[in-house]
Each structure stands twice: as structure tokens, then as C-alpha cells.
Design a binder for this molecule. Sequence first.
Ligand code: NAP
Length: 254
Amino acid sequence: MLADEADRGALLVTGGSRGIGAAISRLAAAHGYAVIVNFVSDERAAGALVEDIRSRGGRAAAVRADVARESDVLSLFEQVDRLFGPLSALVNNAGITGGFSRVDAVTAGMLERLWAVNVTGTILCAREAVRRLSLKHGGRGGAIVNVSSRAAELGSPGEWVHYAASKGAVNTFTIGLASEVAGEGIRVNAVAPGLIETDIHAAAGDPGRLSRLASRIPMGRAGTAEEVGEAVIWLLSCAASYVTGSILTVSGGR
Ligand code: NAP
């Protein structure tokens, strides 16, 4: 059952198949977006999510692409153009941690992949979105939301300073791009989640991370992917029409 049946156009959610991205995709479909669910490896999860959205009357399609590869990003946006009509919004959600490591043990290989996904991928996808959305390029305007992290401000010492630094770059990019395209009909914002219940912690090798760190969160618990998704949907919506260049913290006070 759709919560809101207005047609909001096509929304691309990178890394939209699992975790926070999947929650954003579900909520966006319920709000009337036709959702392109991007994934890189887990085709089954992406397919199941698309099926679930369709079974509730929403519109969705899954597209495989590694956002770290320019050729994949170009092909992803070509498919976006064909699937549901003109793009109206982008959520740059795909991200990886690079794994736990103190800085004195970090490797160039970890950094290359981390930067390629979290920073290069975010910027390349934003570039393609601006080329389609900007009034200057003949587009109709739109919105971009980047999924950053509270780590960008906290620095994540002893866990993943390298990851925190990549999200610092996402924050700076958000602020700069927002100013650059503010006169072209595009709003650009970010959300900065705190500790959120997804597979990313176990994938990094620490499944107990959330319960171990919960006592450090003023609200005393980790957040859900849906709680982040609600913030993203608001930033995409007309209700946030005067909001650009903002980094919205969703972290239970942490
Ligand atoms: P997750 O559960 O590990 O899901 C990651 C998603 O990104 C999956 O859909 C994955 O696709 C996709 N992905 C990974 N690398 C990709 C690539 N190169 N190209 C395209 N898609 C790719 O992660 P999450 O916890 O939901 O995190 C989502 C975002 O929130 C990330 O940017 C993360 O840094 C940020 N964040 C998370 C937390 C948290 O506590 N969970 C906190 C702050 C910020 P496959 O399924 O195909 O692998």
C-alpha cells in the first residue's frame, strides 16, 4: 500500500539494496518515487527488495554497478535514463569502511578502494546527476543527498580514522557542490548517521560493535536504517525546499 501516491519521478539510490540504502529505497517508493536500486555484488538481496517494493504497488528496478568505476557509473546512469524517465533525485549511499585498522597499520590497497567507493563514487554519481538535473544543462532541477557519517566529526580513533576521513571529504563535497548548483535548481545535503543497525559492522569483522558502543550513545541505543531513511526522504522533499548545504545528524545525540 502506498503511503503517498504522487509521482515524484525517478530516484537513484546507490548501494540501495541492503542496510540504510534499502530502507531509503522502500520509503522512497512508498512516497511515490520510481526507485533505481543500485547494488554491486548481492543480486539476490537487490532482487528481493525490488520484488517487495513492487508487491506493495511501488515502482523499482535493480541495476548492478560499481560506483568506484567510471565506466560502470556511466552505464548506470544510461540505464536510469531509460528505466523511469528523467532523473529527479540521487541518494549517494554506497559506502564501505575499509576495515578496522589503526593508522600505523593502514595499507595503500585499503585506502585506494575506500577512496574509490566513498569519495570518487560519490563525486562521479553527483556529476552525472548534475548533468541531468541542472537548469543550466536543460534539466528540471532536483535534489541530491549524500550519506556521510558522524565519524567525519568524531574521527573514529582506534577503529577507522581512514573511513572517517573519507566521510569528511563527503561533507566538504556536499557543502561545495550545494553552493555551486544552488542557482541551478539543485539542492545538495547530507545525512550523518551515528551507529546504525546494518550488516556493515559484522562485515568489517565486529558483529558485537553496536551493543558494545550503545552505552556511549546519549539515547542509549543504536539507530535503525529506517530512522536514517526518514531524514533522507525529508531532505529530498519539497518540505526541505530552503535547505541546502546542510549535514543532518541522525545519531541519537552522539
Ligand atoms: P551495508 O549494510 O554494508 O550496505 C552497503 C550497500 O552498499 C549494499 O547495498 C552494497 O551492495 C552497496 N555497495 C557497497 N559498495 C558498493 C559499490 N562499490 N558500488 C555500489 N554499491 C556498493 O552498509 P550500511 O550500513 O547500510 O551503510 C550505508 C551508508 O551509510 C554507507 O555510506 C556508510 O558509510 C554509511 N553509514 C553507515 C553507518 C552504520 O552504522 N551502518 C553509520 C554511518 C554511516 P551489495 O549488497 O551488492 O554488496
